[in-house]
Design a protein around this ligand. Structure first.
Ligand code: PHE
Ligand code: CA
Ligand code: ZN
Ligand code: ZN
Ligand code: ZN
Length: 288
């Protein structure tokens, strides 16, 4: 798999920061900042040759939107590997680590995959979810909308939520036994980056949960776990700050571009790409 250009991921994240600043300081469900975020991501994907689709749903009396992107003519579309991230923020802040980071990371994976000409045995699909912060509403709406055949065609779902924490961990989800092969691919990706990873259960607290609930194998990475602070052992292996939160700006208005470890963001994005190339079975251009 290629080395994703971290500067390009940062550029997407900075754009999401500008969008929040221009729209009342957030990108929450039901706000113009959310819609502008979606339009930005969609524009990038359309220009790269993706077939994009906006799926509308309702949450709290307001319309919400998911963005689904398929890359035509690459792999068997009855066997799909899907990467996803929630694009909405909380109301209180711009949501740059949560979850501009995952959104920007998978966007650059998508653009790199298209540009490289990578062709796998399986097709690749990307999803950006709305209203995660209202209770995984967008990802639930997507999974619910799938026919049985469409559900079965999704061979793996990989989720990326909070991949740029300033005191970062390098966690791989182990919530889903069916997703063990995904976990292994992600662990291999961290090993290729020379970064020690750690398994963690997120107890379904992000958008992989609706997929897991219908038997679609799921996995993902994150820079934090559900415990409030980094342990001594974790700080030692990751050169982090023991006893400090992974992200002190979690769900706060200081979750800006200054709240990001660009090194962690790049590493997690490279690992996402590693798994995307490996799980789709790339064997043509871009498969180095
Ligand atoms: N999904 C939760 C949120 O968006 C937090 C979370 C992210 C928990 C990543 C664990 C891992 O607020
Ligand atoms: Ca990189
Ligand atoms: Zn959140
Ligand atoms: Zn989140
Ligand atoms: Zn092959």
């Amino acid at each position: 798999a290629p080395d994703i250009d971290g500067a390009k991921v940062e550029a997407h994240l900075e754009e999401l920061g500008r969008i929040a600043a221009a729209n009342g300081g957030n990108r929450a469900h039901g706000t113009p900042g959310y819609r502008a975020s979606l339009d930005y991501v969609k524009g990038e994907l359309d220009a790269a040759g993706y077939n994009t689709r906006i799926q509308q749903f309702n949450s709290g009396g307001k319309p919400g939107f998911n963005l689904i992107a398929d890359l035509p003519d690459r792999g068997d579309h009855d066997k799909v590997v899907m990467l996803g991230a929630h694009l909405d923020s909380v109301d209180i802040g711009p949501g740059i680590n949560d979850n501009g980071s995952g959104s920007a990371g998978i966007l650059e994976v998508a653009l790199t995959y298209a540009a490289s000409g990578a062709k796998g045995d399986k097709a690749i699909r990307f999803g950006w979810w709305g209203a995660e912060e209202d209770g995984l509403v967008g990802s639930k709406a997507y999974v619910t909308s799938l026919s049985a055949a469409e559900r079965e065609s999704i061979t793996a779902y990989l989720n990326f939520d909070m991949i740029g924490s300033p005191n970062p961990g390098y966690f791989v989800y182990n919530d889903d036994a069916k997703g063990d092969f995904i976990t292994e691919a992600l662990e291999e990706g961290f090993a290729a980056e020379d970064v020690p990873s750690e398994g963690v259960s997120l107890r379904g607290r992000s958008d992989h949960a609706p997929f897991m609930a219908v038997g679609i194998p799921s996995g993902g990475t994150a820079t934090l776990s559900l415990v409030p602070v980094m342990s001594q052992a974790q700080a030692a292996k990751w050169n982090g700050k023991a006893g400090q939160p992974f992200d002190p700006c979690y769900h706060r208005n200081c979750d800006t571009v200054e709240n990001i470890s660009t090194a962690a963001l790049d590493t997690h994005t490279d690992v996402a790409a590693y798994a995307a190339w490996k799980l789709t079975g790339v064997h043509a251009a871009g498969g180095s």
